[in-house]
Ligand binder design. Structure first.
Ligand code: DON
Length: 574
């Protein structure tokens, strides 16, 4: 049964009578003492966890040169663009939560891609009106205007200590001198070989001699090195104007895309107020729209705050968490989009009164069927996005999730730039209420429009308690939200960075109405109990890769862990 929107809004406004406990940006009115506390302390050493050891080492190198966590974030992101192009890069976008120690400022950096002005929804339909999954996911029509270069320039200029030349130096060096592609990159190229072969510049870059690079081969990326050098020398203008912009637009248009020089020149990375939510004495600082992640995490935590999860058996705990996930994802589909284009009822969605209303509808022993929207079945996505976490010696923190969307993005490299373009346009609701590659549905709030940012699930987060702090995030399409949520819960339960990164995971996203489960998450008794409550459990293989750093402020001990599902990752304290 589906509640009509007006019923929901009406009942929720009734629930809201009595005053809102949250400010307009979702921040609780009274910040816990813990947050102020964290700002006064300094660890004296630093920690970085990322999905690739070259990138972690690049961040540590920049710290050793006198950089702070924000310079290190620029170095890590740019290096990932070179060594982990299947997941993120300067042809894509990122979202970051930064914490500046000297004044305790928390800020969200929105370097999400935008739709080009000439976006045309018909380009994503077949002649018979069915969704065209090829234009949505491959080639230049699938690519949004990249946000990553502008985001890195913004972070370096407003928050860094070093010049862009210094923080981009490791990435440029690795791109010029070469590196050995790891098994995952070689596998990603092999899995996308057919698509990469469709565009000559993609084939030239990723299929030397017509094949993916061999194990042990040294692989160089001189075109990307040059583009990074132009960004280092000219900032935004090195990418969004001049030589690089001209090459990008020429390549996209020659292959049937619709970018213009104005689309690039008009792109701006933005600072936004992060979402803050209090849960069990911890303050969670996370991503606001155009990510749905923070709203969903806050809504789930608000619902869960009415229960004592620590006193429950596993099946009951999972039951309440899944019911909270289900409700948060329903709201994702209905309400969320780019805040510059869409009015969203954030006060309502983030309110504890709203959560209390939702809690009322959860039975203690039964799953609620998600029968309000048509079922959306989607293929299991590969985990191709990347997250890294940094704490520096002064206590500055960066949680950064960066993506080109699906594996190898659009598979389209713009000739002469070394830039592999994203396929982020699929994160719009290109065809209303038809699932995207992650099975997510959307409506008008997330319809494509020139200059608009597509909704994201990226949820970089910082969790601050009285004695302990965590910087946390993960790739995983729609599962980003639930994986980060579970990471936050595990941290609050007292787990270490290593335990959090390794912890088995589960996921529910309202539709399809199944609980995705990693092997080994539930014992037989829990699986039986959940099945009896009405849940459909479905095994899922692809999870992760979470990169977490933690700071035990009492013991002044840093810890860094890279997801063990990803052998080439590295968490390191220095
Ligand atoms: O922004 C988003 O939500 C997606 N483009 C993220 C893609 C992702 O995590 C891919 N990995 N499975």
């Amino acid at each position: 049964m589906r509640f009509s929107m007006s019923w929901r809004v009406l009942s929720l406004s009734l629930l809201l009578v009595g005053g809102a406990a949250f400010a307009a940006d979702g921040a609780p009115k009274a910040a816990p003492a813990a947050a102020a506390h964290a700002a006064q302390q300094r660890p004296g050493h630093a920690a970085i966890a990322s999905a690739n050891f070259h990138a972690t080492e690049a961040g540590l190198e920049v710290l050793a040169k006198g950089g702070n966590a924000f310079d290190a974030a620029v170095a890590v992101a740019a290096t990932l663009s070179v060594v982990e192009p299947e997941s993120s890069g300067i042809g894509g976008g990122f979202m970051a939560v930064l914490h500046r120690a000297k004044d305790g400022r928390n800020v969200f950096i929105d370097a999400r891609e935008t739709a080009p002005a000439a976006v045309n929804p018909k380009d994503y339909l077949n002649p018979d009106g069915s969704p065209n999954r090829d234009t949505a996911l491959k080639g230049p029509l699938s690519a949004g205007i990249p946000g990553e270069p502008a985001g890195l320039v913004l972070i370096a200029k407003r928050y860094g200590r070093l010049s862009l030349q210094q923080s981009l130096a490791p990435a440029i060096r690795i791109a010029r001198d070469g590196f050995e592609p790891d098994a995952r990159l070689r596998g990603a190229i092999a899995s996308m070989q057919k698509d990469l072969a469709r565009w000559p510049a993609s084939a030239a870059k990723y299929l030397p001699n017509g094949k993916p690079p061999a194990e042990g081969a040294t692989w160089r990326d001189p075109d990307q090195a040059r583009t990074l050098e132009l960004i280092a020398a000219h900032g935004d203008d090195g990418f969004y104007r001049g030589e690089t912009a001209q090459k990008l637009v020429a390549a996209v248009r020659a292959a049937g895309g619709n970018w213009t020089l104005a689309d690039l020149a008009n792109y701006r990375a933005k600072e936004r107020t992060p979402i803050s939510v209090d849960y069990r004495g911890y303050k969670i600082i996370t991503a606001p729209p155009p990510s749905s992640g923070g709203v969903a995490i806050a809504e789930i935590l608000n619902i869960l705050s009415g229960y004592d999860l620590t006193k429950m058996d596993q099946a009951t705990r999972v039951h309440y968490i899944v019911e909270a996930m289900r409700r948060a994802f329903r709201d994702h589909n209905d309400y969320l989009g780019d805040p510059d284009f869409v009015k969203m009822p954030l006060d309502m969605l983030l309110s504890p009164y709203y959560a209390a209303g939702l809690r009322q509808g959860i039975l203690h022993d039964k799953a609620t069927p998600s029968s309000m929207l048509p079922r959306a079945e989607a293929p299991e996505p590969g985990m191709h996005t990347t997250h890294f976490s940094i704490i520096d010696a002064d206590g500055n923190m960066a949680a950064v999730t960066s993506t080109v969307n699906y594996t190898m993005g659009s598979s389209f490299v713009a000739a002469g730039t070394g830039v592999l373009l994203n396929d982020e346009m699929d994160d719009f609701a290109l065809v209303p209420n038809k699932p995207n590659v992650y099975g997510l549905l959307g409506s008008a709030a997330n319809a494509p429009k020139g200059g608009k940012r597509m909704l994201s699930s990226m949820s970089p987060s910082i969790v601050i308690g009285a004695d302990r702090t965590a910087v946390i995030g993960s790739p995983g399409g729609s599962t980003i939200i639930t994986q980060v949520l579970e990471g936050i819960l595990h941290f609050i339960d007292g787990e270490s960075a290593q335990q959090i990164a390794a912890h088995k995971r589960f996921h529910h996203q309202y539709l399809p109405d199944v609980v995705n489960v990693e092997e080994g998450t539930f014992d037989a008794a829990t699986s039986d109990a959940l099945t009896k409550m009405g849940y459909t459990l479905k095994p899922r293989e692809s999870w992760g890769f979470m990169n977490v750093v933690t700071w035990d402020r009492k013991a002044n001990k840093l810890d860094a862990a890279s997801d063990p599902r990803r052998p080439s990752g590295l968490g390191k304290v220095q």
